[in-house]
Design a protein around this ligand. Structure first.
Ligand code: NAD
Length: 281
């Protein structure tokens, strides 16, 4: 079985991006800039943002984190986004989710200029992705896609089963694999026989949030399995795939941690650079 090393793949991607940023700096005499807005003091969000800032600095991006208390008014955030939209030194804007209840997530997402939407959540980017046009692609599915392509460069005609239909993961993942000419089945909480669907799959992407849902006997011998899940259990963190069982069966599998997670951040940097490049045309 191939253990898909997300840490290594992310380090390689960051190295590529670092060279790209050097080239852009030489060409334009400026570097792409990423601004992250962090509201409140949720520990996981703080850790994510710290990691994003560290990785952005590592590849040579200009990065800043704007921190606000939980009590900040929605209007303040929307006005700041408008200001960042106009700032030419800012290539990408990310508002770390989740947001406090009194702030309308969709309003925040739609205020970010689509051309600076490094998360790929703006309806314009969602539409462009599903129409097959150029767009920012949500970072986690983009990371999954790059990991799958490392194992199998030609995906044409493969049968992919996506577990979970969230806007963050399942739906954009579906679009990326459709674009590669996969036959994609998107499954969810109301799917009648998930095991039977998985047994048909050459590729499984599990983005559910249920610890070790996908079992060894759900997977064919030649299946590539990507585990997006991050689930806290008593003794640590596990994915949506039963690693011990599935690793005996699958062709390739991502571990949790050390699989999809590191690629998510590297793809955020990639998206920031893409936004910068498009803004220079
Ligand atoms: P979500 O809660 O928005 O969506 C979960 C999806 O799973 C839903 O579409 C639901 O229909 C489906 N589902 C629920 N129960 C099911 C079942 N029994 N069978 C089949 N489908 C079922 O979750 P999300 O935001 O997409 O996140 C999914 C998981 O991925 C979580 O564990 C989250 O922590 C993790 N995650 C990881 C990363 C990363 O960087 N690795 C990024 C984002 C999310």
């Amino acid at each position: 079985m191939i253990l898909i090393d997300g840490k290594k793949a992310a380090a390689e991607l960051r190295e590529e991006l670092k060279h790209e940023v050097e080239g852009l700096k030489a060409k334009y005499n400026k570097v792409p800039g990423l601004t992250v807005i962090l509201i409140g003091d949720l520990t996981p969000s703080q850790i994510y943002v710290r990691n994003k800032e560290k990785s952005a600095n590592e590849v040579g991006l200009k990065s800043e984190v704007l921190k606000y208390p939980d009590s900040v008014e929605e209007k303040t955030i929307l006005e700041k986004i408008e200001e960042l939209n106009k700032d030419e030194t800012v290539s990408g804007i990310l508002v770390q989710l989740p947001l406090p209840k009194h702030i309308d997530k969709q309003k925040v997402i739609e205020t970010i200029l689509p051309s600076k939407d490094v998360d790929g959540f703006h309806p314009m980017n969602v539409g462009n992705l599903s129409s097959g046009y150029e767009s920012s692609v949500p970072c986690t599915p983009l990371g999954c896609y790059l990991l799958i392509k490392k194992v199998e460069p030609n995906l044409s005609g493969k049968k992919a089963v996506i577990i979970g239909r969230s806007n963050l993961n399942g739906k954009p993942m579906t679009q990326l694999l459709l674009k590669e000419n996969c036959t994609v089945t998107i499954t969810h909480s109301k799917t009648k026989d998930l095991k039977a669907e998985c047994l048909e799959a050459d590729i499984i992407v599990a983005a559910v949030g249920i610890p070790e849902l996908v079992k060894g006997d759900w997977v064919k011998k030649d299946t590539i399995v990507i585990d997006v899940g991050i689930n806290k259990i008593e003794n640590g963190i596990v994915g949506d795939v039963d690693f011990d069982e599935v690793s005996k069966n699958a062709k390739a599998l991502t571990p949790v941690p050390g699989g999809v997670g590191p690629m998510t951040i590297a793809c955020l940097l990639k998206n920031t650079i893409e936004c910068f490049k498009r803004s220079q045309i």
